[in-house]
Design a protein around this ligand. Sequence first.
Ligand code: SF4
Length: 329
Amino acid sequence: MAKKKGRVFSGARPTGKQHLGNYLGAIKNYVALQDEYEALYCIVDIHALTTIETTQELRQNTYDMALDWLAAGLRPEESIIFVQSHVPQVTELHTYLSMVTQLGKLTDLPTFKEKIRENPKNVNYGLVGYPVLMTADIVLYKAGIVPVGVDQAPHLEFAREIVRSFNYRFNTKVLIEPQMKATTVPKVLGIDGQKKMGKSLDNHIEMAATPEATQKRVLQMVTDPNRKRLSDPGNPDICNVFSLHKIFSSPEEVEEINTECRRAGIGCVDCKKRFAANLNKSLEPFRAKRAEIGQKPDHVWEILHEGANRARKLAEETMVEVREAIQLP
Ligand code: SF4
């Protein structure tokens, strides 16, 4: 196996079955990064506890997400795929890092303010400490690289600040300041054509859906809002269906639709049907693999437990150094 360039870490909340936004925004990149880096991909269930109302679906969502990751091409024989809470060292490190993080900085963060706007009835302690736990997630495994979109850059900069505070406070170099690997993530809009695709807004297209359900969802997509009749020329530049055609259809078909739409030579329903067909075709291998892996649910959990075993080993190595640096008795 070729020597890898370094270690990457990325985490995502257990949101269950994944949608196109998850795939294009994260999973596709996860799959590609495995070739170059030693990768740790974590389902961050503890983070999820800060906002979810019930934990009833936590296990199922974790399973569904892991299944989708595996079906999409994550390779457990190389990458470490695991659940955050299966590595308890992360909560220990979170506690130590919280001692070197100023409360005022945490409460000033725009993300914290946004969270309390979204959850005014549940402003819990975990919400404030979220960036500290996120930092613990990364540095526990000495991951030097974190793939993030540019909008996430301030979070990583804050993590680097916490690491510097810890190293300075305890006069050590134990923790590594993670570097950002800027990813060019397309902004995937939901079927409303307005907001980012997401389950909470119910504007998503699920990867594991049947071809029929996928087509039904695609047919609900909002197109160029100025195009009222078939005879009106459309503008693909402001049409979400066209944006996705560019990802899932051939360059020739994209070019044809671009031309035909502008001269009212194709209707939106036909255009969407063609997109749905191309999308379903692209997702065929994923869906087949998902069905195959899904026949043995225990195997998915075994993969997650084996991933946690490997992650715990790395974590404990770091924690031995951390405890030593703090001079815990
Ligand atoms: Fe969008 Fe296609 Fe309709 Fe043009 S024809 S507005 S690209 S859905």
